[in-house]
Design a protein around this ligand. Structure first.
Ligand SMILES: [Cu+2]
Length: 317
């Protein structure tokens, strides 16, 4: 499977090679004739030399002319057809049966406020663009404010970022490492600092990183920052899909739980419900992974009054 870099490298090398070959032939033939017909001083005065404006005679019926035009035409037409075929592949590299977009890792790229932001299909929003090596990445580029252009020069990627429109393209990076991302459309005062980084990771490291992005941890504490181990349950409700899961206090370990079974980064509504009426319920909306939240469970009003009177009574006794 070819990458964009491979394709453009091949086109460059073929054009360079053929251009050099044509140059060598033309210059050599010119020098050869200049030498062959040089003035040796022994042309006699009465020789019938052609004068300016006179058509030369003695050519073999235009054979040389025909040959050179024919060869040039064949070279140029084959180049056009071959390059066009290569660019069709760049335009749509799909293997049979699937579209290129379906088989690739999809990322939405937004240029806004002189910065680039990214979102994978699972809702994960990395600070820098991270992709696994050797996998095709399909990007859909748009803008939140003015015209920008998203470019990764080393991956031969460039796409316009225009508000209300999506420009789609793809790339595949085979070597791990960091690559510079820049804006290629003069967009305003901070255009030159509108840079970002593409990090190409080993596929295993990428999977691990992605799993970490889809992990949420919650810890339950009371007002004295001690862990609370019972009397509540926690519900995660995804705002856009039908994911809705409840975790009981038994599933927590010492008042803490790490949830790593998520397919989507959120946003979630997080609800902590008291199971024995001892605590005030907690509700948070728009929580996204990765997160590590600590909730403070407040005694509810009646319970805390009762506790206080217990304490008072205890004191008196
Ligand atoms: Cu710009």
């Amino acid at each position: 499977m070819q990458t964009r870099v491979d394709v453009f490298e091949q086109i460059f090398l073929v054009f360079l090679g053929l251009g050099a070959l044509v140059g060598i032939v033309v210059i050599t033939y010119t020098l050869y004739n200049a030498y062959k017909y040089r003035d040796t001083g022994d042309a006699s005065d009465d020789e019938d030399l052609p004068s300016v404006g006179e058509l030369p005679t003695g050519g073999k019926g235009g054979k040389k002319l025909f040959l050179s035009f024919g060869l040039s035409a064949i070279i140029v037409i084959s180049l056009v057809i071959w390059t066009y075929g290569m660019l069709l592949y760049v335009e749509d590299p799909a293997d049979e049966g699937e579209t290129a977009q379906e088989e690739a890792l999809n990322v939405e790229v937004v240029g806004d406020g002189f910065a680039w932001s990214y979102e994978y299909e699972n809702g994960v929003e990395p600070i820098n663009l991270r992709v696994p090596a050797g996998e095709r990445v399909w990007i859909q580029v748009t803008s939140g404010d003015v015209w920008h252009a998203f470019g990764i020069p080393e991956q031969r990627v460039k796409a316009d970022a225009i508000p209300g429109e999506y420009d789609e393209t793809w790339f595949q990076a085979d070597e791990t490492g960091d690559y510079e991302i820049q804006c290629y459309e003069l967009c305003g005062e901070y255009h030159t600092s509108m840079v970002s980084t593409l990090t190409v990771m080993e596929p295993d490291a990428f999977d691990q990183w992605m799993a970490d992005q889809l992990t949420m941890s919650f810890t339950m504490e009371d007002g004295n920052e001690s862990r609370v181990t019972e009397g509540y349950e926690l519900t995660l409700d995804h705002q856009e899909t039908d994911f809705n899961e409840t975790y009981t206090a038994d599933e927590f370990e010492n008042g803490s739980i790490t949830i790593d079974e998520l397919d989507h980064a959120g946003p979630y509504n997080v609800t902590v419900t008291p199971t024995d009426g001892q605590f005030e319920p907690i509700e948070e909306t728009g929580v996204k992974s990765p997160t590590d939240d600590t909730f403070t469970l407040e005694m509810n009003a009646t319970e805390s009054n009762a506790n206080e009177s217990d304490a008072t009574n205890g004191g008196e006794n």
